[in-house]
Write a protein that binds this ligand. Structure first.
Ligand code: HGY
Ligand code: MN
Ligand code: MN
Length: 409
């Protein structure tokens, strides 16, 4: 019997594993992640799964099929959060998947395939800038160059792994073979307004939009705010201000395009010093790779034309590019059937948000089920869902699992 109250209370419990007093921030390889992983390991074992932490810090639970060693339907989502986050982005998918296995185990049911549930350690990329680290490791596409990426305290990913008790040299052991995994399916809050606007509790995802992430540095010249005439300044912050508005104007030029400057820092950061250097992040997304690439090129060219007359230098660091990840027709059809079997209208929709399925796409076919969230609000402590929608999401997901038919090889 699926217990939606337990799903919500477990998301509440996970939300307490946070570095942010009174709020939720849980980053990769942190003490807070370890506390959350311990809770997940316990809940997996209660659902009669074997449970472990893999070579990059993901939590992996396995529920055997009707005979040991069968390939698995892999379920999951991420356990890390953005800063000052909501408590359902990621966690709802992991907790609901465990709840579905718990119900199977309680009924003594075994399926003609194994089920694995993964709580990925880093999808948001908050600590080291690069995203999808846990799912890339499982998909076998982890880029070892990321090991030297530093967090805001100058700690590298490799150092953080060692402090967490992991050996960076062994990350490859997290990778799974294609023949071990039949498909990957993820339940996630929509993080957008469509389902609520149409009065629907769930939706079937068609594709995950691609993204480009950059770190931009503008270098001008610091100077005395009282003595340097305006016409002689090389003010990096006024240049950055124009660049930020250029991002907005390019992104507004196409309805399916979004562009965001999420973080900006000016230095030296004193009231009486003209900012000599500014660093800001850039996040550009679209449902078509050509649209995203051309928009990014336009933005970067606008930065150059804004900064040149200001005698401010522009440098751009590539953090990550990820193309559109399409959900598999055969899996969407099975997810549609599970939605319809619950007496609900089937609504397919794309995902503007990124998800671990983008990385898992390299290993196996992917599917996603969206659950309505209030006002489409996410990446915000106001993120919320109703218990009824959590219950509907769990019922549809459990039915998808129970009725899952692997694709003919
Ligand atoms: O950024 C995203 O879309 C996801 O929440 N990581
Ligand atoms: Mn997120
Ligand atoms: Mn997410």
């Amino acid at each position: 019997m699926l217990e939606s109250a337990r799903i919500l209370s477990r998301c509440d419990e996970l939300a307490l594993c946070s570095e942010l007093p009174g709020g939720l921030t849980r980053v990769f390889l942190s003490p807070e992640q370890r506390a959350a992983s311990e809770l997940i390991l316990g809940w997996m074992r209660e659902a009669r799964m074997s449970a472990r932490v893999d070579a990059i810090g993901n939590v992996v639970g396995r529920y055997e099929g009707d005979r040991p060693g069968l390939p698995c339907l892999m379920l999951g989502s991420h356990l890390d959060t953005v800063r000052d986050a909501g408590r359902y982005d990621g966690m709802l998918g992991v907790v609901t998947a465990i709840e579905c296995v718990h119900a199977l185990a309680a009924a003594g049911k075994r399926l003609p395939f194994a089920i694995e549930v993964v709580g990925f350690g880093d999808e948001e990329g908050v600590r080291f800038g690069a995203t999808l680290l846990g799912s890339r490791a499982i998909a076998g596409t982890f880029d070892a160059a990321t090991l030297v990426a530093k967090d805001r305290d100058g700690v590298t990913l490799a150092e953080a792994m060692r402090s967490y008790g992991l050996e960076p040299e062994r990350i490859g052991e997290a990778a799974r073979r294609k023949d071990e995994v039949l498909a990957y399916a993820e339940l996630h809050i929509e993080q957008g307004p469509v389902l609520e606007a149409e009065g629907l509790p769930v939706g079937v995802v068609t594709a995950i939009n691609g993204f480009s992430r950059r770190r931009v540095t503008l270098k001008g010249e610091a100077g005395h705010s009282g003595t340097v005439p305006m016409g002689l300044r090389r003010d990096a912050l006024t240049a950055a201000a124009e660049c930020v508005l250029a991002v907005e104007s390019v992104a507004r030029s196409e309805p399916e395009l979004v562009g965001t400057v999420g973080r900006i820092e000016a230095s030296p950061g004193a009231i009486n010093v003209i900012p000599g250097e500014v660093r800001f992040t850039l996040d550009v997304r679209a449902p078509h790779d050509s649209l995203r690439e051309s928009a990014l090129a336009q933005m970067l060219s606008r930065f150059e034309s804004i900064c040149a007359p200001r005698r401010v230098a522009v440098s751009v660091e590539v953090l990550q590019d990820h193309g559109v990840s399409v959900c598999a027709d055969w899996l969407m059809a099975q997810m549609d059937r599970a939605v319809a079997a619950e007496g609900l209208r089937v609504r397919r929709l794309p995902s503007g948000a990124g998800h671990d399925g983008m990385a898992m796409h390299a290993l196996t076919d992917i599917a996603m089920l969206f659950v309505r969230c209030k006002g489409g609000i996410s990446h915000n402590p106001a993120e919320s869902i109703t218990e009824e929608d959590a219950a509907v999401g769990a019922r549809v997901f459990a039915r998808f699992i129970a009725d899952f038919v692997p694709q003919k090889p």
